[in-house]
Design a protein around this ligand. Structure first.
Ligand SMILES: [Zn+2]
Length: 69
């Protein structure tokens, strides 16, 4: 009952040396888990970019009022 499971897809995995991608079940799951870690690291500094998108307003002179001609 103590069979290891893949951290990515949580399926039962085989032990090394038969499984070269241990503790993952396959090369794909190892890549997915690695990408997940990198994604979380890159996600932190992107908060400032999201706040910058909020500074959009009407361009100056859009509603020009006709003055005394
Ligand atoms: Zn897997």
């Amino acid at each position: 009952m103590s069979s290891p499971r893949c951290p990515s897809c949580e399926r039962p995995v085989k032990l090394p040396p038969e499984n070269k991608t241990f503790p993952f079940c396959s090369e794909r799951c190892r890549t997915i888990d690695l990408g997940r870690w990198l994604g979380e690291e890159f996600r932190v500094p992107t908060r400032q970019v999201e706040e910058d998108e909020d500074g959009q307003g009407l361009p100056p002179g859009a509603g020009s009022t006709p003055q005394d001609a």
